[in-house]
Design a protein around this ligand. Structure first.
Ligand code: NAD
Length: 531
């Protein structure tokens, strides 16, 4: 182990002592194995969204520090790529053990900086932990292919080699899971890495890096630089960085996709979403309503796979059936409201909290504006969470569960990703109409159907253009042996995160053709063919 022992638990200690100190701790960068304070002239406050307390300050890393991080990653690459894959796997094996041991501390950091409930923060970490577990089998995942005797005495085989220095740029909503989607796969493939956590909640990334180094990751293999647009642009422009993993909004994602591609890098860019849940008349009522609540309001709707839109399907065959199905839809909406009202909104550290605050005052304002736009456009506000006051946390950025019904595809509240605890309800008079609504939406991250009909579920699976389909499963995020497969405006690039595609993303194929036979006696300048 070559990690920096002196500094490793430092940030965690700082964070835990911050409650009593007057000066919030500065979040360190990680460069060449050392956690170092940035010399930046500007810092951004990391704010607890439930209390508005300043948790820490994150630096806008200087260009020299950024270059030093890339240079450390470049220097570490030759030796790390030649480190046996079994050794790299064992680092991950130890890393997953350390994450498990530090679950509570990581969760507390996430809740403090991001706001989600402690239970949800555990889920955030666990979903990332599963990727680390998956990386423990990298030798099999990274295997090449071999065809013997493609011609007389000639064999061809392919190898999957690491690329070099790779980088990751993270969003605020999953402070542990998303960094863990990125660097464990990249480094176990033999790459070195520069991570840019979200400036809104960088704590979990720093703690995870501390643990990765404790697990035996050599100095320089994983580096962290904090910052915002300038740091991101520096990543896109740097000639030594070969690949960029991005997760976040479409504005940033498409900018990064274009700018980094112009420098010849490969990019995987997971972006925004508007996920629909289609409820057929034969759906199991209780299970469906509970699924809608959990997937719409969990994490205060700040999940890229949140089910933010419900499409209740009626039946257009006859007038009587139409009336009956409208009645059914109203009953379902009423029940949804009733159950949503019972959810407890509070600070994420409160044991009975179902949902916490949204990330910032600006996010709250934006969400409230979109709710109002729905009302102005003619939607019915069945439940309004905008004026909620949470006792003990009056300054928090809270929005209670909000339900808009009668929403139509032309409304802004439908077209925009709201990213808050707002469920938008629509109606379709037939299943075909519902499919059409979903496919006309520009996003294609996830979609779920609730039904007891296998035939309908199969039709949905075949016809929907979203990348991840749930059949009676509201948040169909695949486990790491599959990939996270966003579609349309929710993803740019060719190779998705984790699973086989994730390994392909972080490796370059080399194809070797070898000939071992007696030396040929004649010369032929014709194109060799396999005969
Ligand atoms: P964001 O785009 O604001 O920030 C993401 C990262 O990009 C941050 O590190 C930020 O510093 C950087 N960034 C932001 N604007 C930039 C710019 N103009 N130029 C360069 N860099 C910039 O996203 P966010 O608000 O942190 O995250 C929420 C978004 O992420 C939502 O749209 C959500 O759907 C999406 N998301 C998608 C997935 C997915 O897998 N599809 C997963 C999680 C979140």
């Amino acid at each position: 182990h070559q990690g920096n022992n002196n500094l490793r638990p430092r940030f965690l200690r700082c964070l835990l002592s911050t409650m009593s100190s007057t000066q919030p701790p500065r979040v360190p960068n990680l460069i060449g194995g050392s956690f170092v304070d940035s010399q930046a002239s500007s810092h951004i406050d990391v704010i607890n969204p439930a209390t508005q307390e300043v948790v820490s300050q994150v630096p806008l890393t200087t260009n020299e520090e950024f270059k030093a991080a890339v240079s450390a990653a470049k220097q570490a690459f030759p030796s790390w790529r030649n480190t046996p894959i079994t050794t790299r796997q064992r680092v991950m094996l130890k890393f997953q053990e350390l994450i498990r041991k530090n679950m509570d501390k990581l969760a507390l950091s996430i809740t403090t900086e991001q706001g989600k409930t402690l239970k949800d923060a555990h889920g955030d970490i666990f979903r990332g932990l599963e990727v680390v577990e998956h990386a423990c089998g990298m030798a099999t995942l990274q295997m090449g292919e071999y065809v013997p005797n493609v011609s007389n005495g000639v064999d061809t085989y392919s190898l999957r080699e690491p690329l070099g220095v790779c980088a990751g740029i993270c969003p605020f909503n999953f402070p542990a899971m998303i960094p863990l989607w990125m660097f464990p796969i990249a480094v176990t493939c033999g790459n070195t890495f520069v991570l840019k956590p979200s400036e809104k909640d960088p704590g979990a990334s720093v703690m995870l890096a501390e643990l990765a180094m404790e697990a035996g990751l050599p100095n320089g293999v994983l580096n962290i630089v904090h910052g915002t647009n300038d740091t991101v642009n520096a990543i896109c422009d740097d000639d030594d960085i070969r690949a960029v993993s991005f997760v976040g909004s479409n504005t940033a994602g498409m900018h990064i996709y274009a700018r980094a591609a112009a420098k010849g890098k490969r990019i995987q860019s997971n972006m925004g979403a508007k996920n629909h849940g289609v409820v057929l008349p034969d759906a199991h009522v209780d299970a469906t309503l509970n699924a809608l609540l959990a997937a719409g309001f969990g994490a205060a709707g700040q999940r890229c796979m949140a089910l933010s839109t419900v499409v209740f399907v009626g039946n257009s065959k006859s007038c009587t059936e139409r009336l009956a199905s409208t009645c059914l839809i109203r009953t379902r909406e009423d029940k949804l409201v009733e159950r949503a009202k019972a959810l407890k909104v509070s600070c994420g550290t409160e044991p009975d909290a179902d949902l916490g605050p949204v990330i910032s005052k600006q996010a709250k304002e934006r969400i409230c504006r979109l709710i109002q736009s729905g009302v102005d456009d003619g939607a019915k506000l069945l439940l309004d969470g905008r004026n909620i006051v949470v006792p003990g946390y009056e300054k928090g950025n809270f929005i209670g569960p909000t339900i808009l019904s009668g929403v139509t595809p032309d409304m802004e509240c439908y077209k925009e990703e709201i990213f808050g605890p707002v469920l938008v309800c629509m109606e379709a008079s037939s299943f075909d109409e519902a499919i059409d609504i979903l496919n006309r939406n520009k996003y294609g991250n996830g979609a779920a159907i609730f039904t007891s009909s296998g035939a309908a579920a199969r039709k949905f699976q075949m016809e929907i253009e979203a990348g991840q389909i749930g059949i009676n499963v509201p948040i169909p995020v695949p486990l790491p042996f599959f990939s996270f497969t966003g579609n349309k405006a929710s993803f740019a690039g060719d190779l998705n995160f984790y699973g086989k595609a994730g390994v392909d993303f972080f490796t370059q194929i080399k194809t070797v053709t070898q000939q071992w036979k007696d030396i040929p006696t004649s010369v032929s300048l014709a194109m060799p063919t396999s005969q």
